[in-house]
Write a protein that binds this ligand. Structure first.
Ligand SMILES: [Mg+2]
Length: 409
């Protein structure tokens, strides 16, 4: 099981993806996702310049040892670029081990704890009627939990809201990173947002009833006291969670929000290590862990993080927009099925071009995702199709307040 080759594939079928393929001397190969939205080539270079040379000749079966070698052995630890690169190696090695065992990865992680992973989709509208149409379309597509985002009167373009075709011709909610030389700039007004959102949730509950799990993403834009106020004002509408209420790096902000509201809280998609969570978990300041396997150092690290969360009764809510490649999504689904403290899985379907390049086996039925029983992760990469979609620079938007001040996007 010696590693013979490791290759980095950068492809852009609708959006950019970075994938690592590791192949052993006996011909077993595994895939890992290293996509970091808007900074893809930094991870590709980190892998090809600094990690691939270290992998050749190593025992592919020594997953924990390789993880520690790349993490502790680099001396300069953590950060999204490093941890996405380590994640790709880790996923690829788990893929190889599970294929060699002839088992779907979730079996190696302890076997299934449930029949499938409850998924939530992204409904949005520029106004309430358009939002209702979007919620109905998601219910018809089988979703049993729905994230709700809407336009804000007076603001042109709001995070998470489907608008006119942007950048590469995709809908805004489908792919917020736009293929422009410089990031698009948006404008934002938190007071207008706080005035508008409670009425939107009241309207959604009146239309769709009390049972449907509803989620909302604040996308790091509020101060702690603003977030506390929003959480309190949304309590009558029984949210599944309020996500990313404040900028993620300020863990103590969640303490203030928690003192004021019983609305469940989720955070962590921009985190890349268990060390970003220690205060949040040990003080029970959140209810759901939002990290992606891709940005947290892979399956090895994510399993440890979720086990620690489980000690405090905190559940998973893994990040799963389209900038997590089908490989990263499959890794999440195997964990979702195996862990005890599963909460919910974010799921946006990938574009048809993406699925031309990445051939998946996971399924979505009756609102539940399943990774399939294909040995390994269950995803293959079509090199010929990938070569047909060369890299194109793309950036997530930059956000400014209406007076021009740079703000969290
Ligand atoms: Mg979020």
């Amino acid at each position: 099981m010696k590693i013979e080759t490791a290759e980095v594939v950068v492809t852009s079928p609708g959006r950019n993806f970075v994938t690592l393929r590791i192949t052993t001397a006996d011909g077993v190969s595994g895939l890992g996702d290293a996509t970091l939205n808007g900074r893809e080539l930094a991870v590709a270079a980190y892998l090809s310049e600094h990690v691939v040379p270290l992998l050749i000749g190593r025992d592919a079966g020594r997953i924990e040892d390789t993880w520690q070698y790349l993490y502790r052995g680099a001396y300069w630890r953590r950060g999204p670029v490093t941890m996405a690169a380590i994640a790709a190696v880790d996923m690829a090695l788990w893929d190889i081990k599970a294929k060699a065992a002839g088992m779907p990865l979730y079996q190696l992680l302890g076997g299934a704890s449930r029949t499938g992973a409850l998924a939530y989709g992204h409904a949005s509208g520029r106004d309430v009627p358009e939002l209702f149409d979007s919620i109905r379309a998601h219910l018809e597509a089988g979703y049993r939990a729905i994230r709700v985002q809407t336009g804000i009167p007076g603001l042109d373009s709001v995070y998470g809201v489907a608008a006119s075709a942007a950048g590469g011709g995709e809908r805004y909610d489908y792919e917020p990173a736009r293929r422009t030389a410089l990031p698009v700039e948006e404008s934002w007004d938190t007071r207008a947002y706080l005035r508008h959102i409670p009425g939107v949730f009241e309207a959604v509950r009146n239309e769709f009833g009390p049972e449907l799990p509803l989620l909302h993403d604040g996308h790091h834009r509020m101060t702690p006291i603003q977030a506390a106020r929003l959480g309190k004002s949304l309590e009558p509408y029984d949210l599944f969670w309020l996500e990313d209420a404040t900028p993620g790096e300020d863990q103590s902000a969640l303490r203030l929000i928690r003192q004021h509201t019983t609305t469940p809280l989720a955070i962590g998609e921009v985190f890349n290590s268990v060390h970003d969570y220690t205060t949040l978990l040990s003080e029970r300041l959140i209810d759901y862990v939002r990290s992606a396997v891709t940005h947290t150092g892979g399956i090895t690290a994510m399993k440890k993080l979720l086990d620690l969360a489980g000690v405090y009764g905190i559940k998973s809510g893994m990040h799963g927009p389209t900038d997590i490649s089908p490989v990263g999504m499959a890794a999440a689904l195997h964990l979702d099925l195996a862990i005890h403290n599963f909460g919910i899985q974010e799921y946006m379907r990938h574009s048809p071009q993406t699925l031309e390049v990445f051939h998946t086996t996971y399924t979505f039925e009756y609102g539940l995702l399943h990774p399939s029983d294909t040995p390994g992760l269950g995803v293959t990469l079509d090199d010929e199709a990938a070569a047909g979609f060369p890299y194109e620079a793309a950036y997530l938007p930059v956000n400014r307040l209406t007076d021009g001040t740079v703000h969290d996007w």
